[in-house]
Design a protein around this ligand. Structure first.
Ligand code: CS2
Ligand code: MG
Length: 432
């Protein structure tokens, strides 16, 4: 475990502060980097009246950059600040940095923001969703990741997820002629570890994978036809294009998948070029989800204002925390665009809990991704959220409902890990 700590001596009694609005102070901030099953970066803030809050700052394959941004640049600014002033702290960290946006900055700001919301909800003695306006539903519909190298294996994986209680399923499949495809659990990865758990491989260098979009476009519609024939018309089915198609290829796939009534087609084309989705939208009614690699509302401006997407895929951890995500989802709500918060294993249980509190409180909730963490991660992060009959719930603990066992974390030192990258048949680098 890597741990950076900055602190100042304690000194106040507890009860007086929040009720009477007497300024409280942040006296310590720890950046904790641990690697149970995979690397995680967690910020732990401590106030002078004994409250602690956790925030997730995990950026897959670039974890230490956020840890350094926090430890070397942000933590010194937090000591002595009033933890109650969440919006002011958000604006201070965003504007005083001068260099705005981007995955590292926004993950660092998110870690601080979520930790402060955790503290405020604990001080108020209520679960965070209550502070965010209370529950707008009884539970949060989650989707799980089924995949297979062939149809029988895929069908087994779907059945297994239904047995686990999932009521919505993401379908990813191997493609004939391609050696390794994103999201297919059973295929052996470069590091020899099963894929389903973690796309980032612990290794000194990233693994090279291959890709062929035309082979994929020929293969995928047939897979969804087979899944619909096997599991019927009702089961919500999702698919992740993982940024690999050009706009016209994405338009074609969206159209070819229309008969199979997908819940969504995700990241059908790299969306830095937001206008590209106009072309996709012109050709298909398959619902579109985009945004897991986005970091601010500005990355969505055209996509939302022109109704070019149906689901916002950002993660709380990568988009400036609860404060910024709330504003983004409120903006999307004006266009009847719903949430589809990113929830893979590289979002820590702290980041997942933050998402669940938001999911339960907002009106324009769509669906929540839920990839389960591994057993060692569950030892380090003590979670109170639950998954029952397809629905997640953040629980009723004050705050986020997640605590970090620092002794357990210390048993899992950081290990370098990288996401794979893609090359086409002619050797050209392609989106992974
Ligand atoms: C994926 C992610 O879950 C998803 O939708 O796109 O698994 C993604 O590949 C990882 O978060 C990358 O770190
Ligand atoms: Mg995705």
């Amino acid at each position: 475990m890597l741990r950076y700590r900055l602190s100042r001596p304690r000194g106040r009694d507890r009860t007086r502060s929040y009720q009477k609005g007497t300024p409280v102070q942040i006296i310590a901030a720890d950046v904790i980097v641990t690697s149970p099953d995979r690397n995680f970066v967690t910020l732990k803030i401590t106030t002078d009246d004994g409250f602690t809050g956790l925030g997730d700052g995990t950026l897959n394959g670039r974890e230490l950059s956020v840890a350094s941004y926090l430890a070397d640049h942000v933590v010194p600014l937090l000591i002595g600040r009033d933890p109650q002033r969440i919006e002011d702290t958000w604006q201070f960290l965003y504007r005083s940095a001068y260099w705005r946006r981007g995955p590292v900055t926004m993950a660092a700001i998110a870690a601080v923001d979520v930790a402060l919301w955790d503290i405020k909800a604990k001080a108020a003695g209520m679960p965070l969703y209550q502070l965010l306006g209370g529950a707008s539903r009884n539970g949060v519909m989650a989707y799980g990741h089924a995949s297979g190298r062939d149809l029988p294996e895929l069908f087994d994986s779907i059945r297994r997820h239904l047995e686990l209680g999932y009521r919505s399923i993401r379908v990813q499949t191997s493609v004939p002629g391609i050696n390794a495809v994103y999201g297919v659990a059973a295929q052996p990865s470069a590091g020899g570890r099963r894929y389903d758990y973690e796309p980032a491989q612990r290794a000194a260098l990233p693994a090279e994978e291959d890709w062929d979009t035309r082979a994929y476009l020929r293969h995928l519609p047939g897979v969804f036809e087979a899944v619909r024939n096997e599991f019927g018309p009702e089961l919500p089915l999702l698919h992740d294009g993982h940024h690999r198609m050009t706009p016209i290829q994405a338009a074609r796939l969206g159209k070819d998948l229309e008969p199979y009534d997908l819940f969504w087609l995700e990241d059908c084309t790299p969306a830095e070029n937001q206008e590209a989705l106009r072309l996709v939208r012109r050709h298909t009614t398959t619902p579109l989800a985009i945004g897991e690699v986005f970091n601010t509302v500005w990355d969505y401006q055209t996509l939302i204002s022109e109704q070019l997407i149906d689901y916002v895929r950002s993660a709380v951890t990568h988009t400036g925390g609860i404060t910024a995500m709330r504003k983004l989802l409120d903006y999307a709500a004006q266009y009847q665009i719903k949430s589809g918060i990113h929830g893979p294993t590289d979002i820590s249980p702290v980041g997942m809990a933050a998402a669940l509190h938001l999911d339960l409180a907002i009106h324009n909730f769509g669906i929540q991704e839920y990839m389960r963490h591994g057993p060692a991660t569950d030892e380090v992060f003590l979670q109170s959220f639950s998954f029952t009959d397809g629905y997640l719930h953040p629980g009723e603990q004050p705050g986020l409902g997640v605590e970090l066992d620092e002794q357990a974390a210390a048993r899992f030192p950081y290990q370098p890990a990288y996401l794979p990258f893609n090359r086409l048949k002619d050797g050209t680098i392609h989106d992974w």
